[in-house]
Design a protein around this ligand. Structure first.
Ligand code: SF4
Ligand code: SF4
Ligand code: SF4
Length: 573
């Protein structure tokens, strides 16, 4: 009853009918429930909510639609050094998700797509329990990571408004911006093969209308403000954004979360259970196989410079064939593979573009190298040479070999930077460089051992035990270092993938320690065919183990995202 009275008071006009006065009088003077009930019933009969609405509307007191949000958007355009930004009044937000629904409807999003989300923060203080809803969308950052990382320049930050807009037509669906955004904002639409995200309802703002989410909030919790970009950078330095959010200096978000009620309250995102993130299988295969290819070429240069022609050709061919297969697999990761040719466009800022350029150089260099090795050793059949209408120029194999290695190493370096640049703590320089670099070393050594054994069989020459023993010893040490490093740098989400972890360790130890040990014990007496079989099995186990390791690198990573947001599938396909 009391609540009803309060609502009546706040909604009545100064010249409201007498019923209001009688209510007050009844409630305060008599104190008798019977009288109050009578007064309220009288009020309802004479002055219902609908009546009040109707009367006020006829009197012109209900504002036109624009009047609802006039105070929620700036009246002026941004000046130099300013941009538009969301401001969220946490004291007003009730978590009703009206903003989420409005955004979904206005933008025609698919069922599982959301450009605005609502999360939950809580206080750990039992003497002052607080539950706070957080509405969040794109923060239209001052230094947008999505824009910097995109290989096809499918993002545009408007120089006048600061709004970061996604250009759907440009997008090839590589999903790198999902990794680059620390707030998990861009959403991949598998049916369309592209990413999409909030554009601050640019078209509406241009017309002086408020964005759908701003208009839809019944508590006016979301508004658009003008913010000073230098001020935003200072706030980012102070980590003045939201409790438990990712490091603000990564992209400098412009959204402001304001509250008077929460002053002095320490909020936290509830601890989520370990969960598997998206595994990015095509990227897993691409990364491992390109690193294998470069490792095989490097091993050929360093370990097999005086090996027989077949051994050199086999190790080069392994580097080329496996590396090329890996690069081809990367195309399967694209939502719009037909537009992959655009991927070099963003080379000025995107490590993904640079990686693609470097690996294309690697492909050309290795192709040339294999041709030169085959020519030098008369391994190209005459009937093929006769069909080539010009004399193939000869280039020293040391030159083509090192050109292959250097371009390949440049590609692996770019691969590392792609993930280091996301600023995820679990993908830091130490973790990424050790894993990617050691994959090349381990698989390169294993490939060189296979090439030596198979080369000896094809060349009908004897195997040199000392050389093979050294390579197997190096393989055992490298594998032990790599697996040991991985086990001492497990992420929180690894707990969600125990079987993959067990498989990874078992395959690594079998292929990189047990089988090389067996090889060592048999190298001086066994038939080359048996040694080739052992080294081939070791190589296969190690490759599978590295694939499992790289799957864990993605699926067990602790992704950055807005605090308190519950994610069902990581936003990927
Ligand atoms: S919040 Fe993410 S998607 Fe939005 S501008 Fe910043 S980095 Fe880009
Ligand atoms: S999915 Fe790839 S191409 Fe599309 S916007 Fe994101 S980074 Fe750019
Ligand atoms: S501004 Fe528009 S696109 Fe962005 S969250 Fe709000 S309704 Fe969605």
């Amino acid at each position: 009853m009391e609540r009803r009275v309060m609502i009546s008071k706040t909604t009545e006009k100064p010249d409201a009918p007498k019923a209001s006065t009688s209510t007050d009088t009844a409630a305060s003077s008599s104190g008798a429930g019977k009288d109050l009930l009578l007064a309220l019933l009288t009020e309802q009969q004479t002055f219902t909510v609908v009546d009040r609405f109707s009367q006020a509307h006829q009197a012109g007191d209900i504002p036109a639609q624009a009047a609802y949000y006039q105070s929620l958007i700036p009246t002026d355009k941004p000046q130099a050094g300013q941009q538009y930004a969301f401001e969220v009044n946490l004291d007003a937000c009730t978590g009703c998700k009206g903003c989420v629904t409005a955004c979904h409807n206005l933008n025609g999003l698919d069922d599982n797509e959301a450009w605005r989300e609502v999360g939950l923060l809580t206080s750990n203080d039992v003497s002052l329990p607080v539950v706070q809803h957080i509405t969040t969308a794109c923060h239209h950052c001052v230094e947008p990571g999505c824009l910097e990382g995109c290989p096809v320049m499918a993002y545009d930050k408007n120089p006048d408004t600061g709004i970061v807009k996604h250009l759907d037509d440009q997008c090839i669906g590589c999903q790198y911006c999902l990794l680059k955004c620390p707030y998990d904002v861009p959403k991949y639409n598998a049916d369309m093969g592209i990413v999409r995200k909030c554009d601050m309802c640019t078209d509406r703002l241009d017309e002086g209308e408020a964005p759908a989410c701003v208009q839809a909030c019944p508590d006016k919790a979301i508004s658009i403000k003008l913010v000073d970009t230098v001020e935003a950078q200072k706030n980012a330095q102070k980590q003045d954004f939201l409790a438990d959010s990712p490091d603000c200096t990564i992209t400098t978000p412009t959204t402001r979360y304001v509250s008077k009620r929460l002053a002095g309250v320490s909020l936290h995102a509830p601890q989520s259970k370990p969960r598997a993130e998206h595994g990015h299988l095509p990227l897993v295969v691409m990364l491992v196989l390109t690193q294998l290819g470069v490792g095989a070429l490097l091993a050929e240069r360093l370990l097999l410079p005086f090996a027989n022609s077949w051994t050199q050709l086999i190790s080069s061919a392994m580097g080329f064939g496996i590396g090329m297969f890996g690069m081809t697999c990367a195309i399967l990761h694209l939502g719009r593979p037909l537009y992959a040719y655009r991927a070099f466009l963003g080379w000025r800022t995107s490590w993904l573009s640079r990686e693609i350029i470097a690996f294309n150089g690697f492909a050309a260099a290795v192709h040339l190298h294999i041709t030169m090795v085959a020519l030098k050793n008369n391994l190209i059949p005459t009937f093929i040479l006769e069909k080539i209408p010009f004399a193939i120029p000869t280039i020293p194999t040391w030159l083509t070999g090192w050109a292959s290695v250097l371009t390949g190493l440049a590609g692996v370096f770019c691969s590392m930077m792609i993930y280091i640049d996301t600023k995820r703590p679990c993908w830091n320089l130490k973790n990424t460089a050790t894993k990617f670099g050691m994959t090349g070393v381990v698989l390169g050594l294993a490939a060189a051992i296979v090439a030596t054994c198979v080369g000896a069989i094809l060349n009908q020459s004897a195997i040199k035990p000392d050389h093979l023993m050294l390579m197997n010893l190096a393989l055992i040490i490298a594998t032990a270092i790599k697996v040991g490093f991985e086990l001492t740098h497990l992420t929180y989400n690894t707990k969600a993938l125990p079987l993959v972890l067990v498989a990874r360790v078992a395959l690594g130890i079998t292929g990189g320690v047990l089988l090389p040990f067996v090889f060592l014990t048999m190298v001086s007496m066994a038939d080359p065919m048996i040694l080739a079989a052992i080294s081939g099995t070791s190589f296969a186990c190690l490759t599978l183990g590295e694939l499992a390791e790289r799957y864990l690198y993605f699926a067990a990573s602790d992704a950055l995202r807005m605090p308190g947001i519950t994610i069902s599938d990581g936003g990927h396909h």
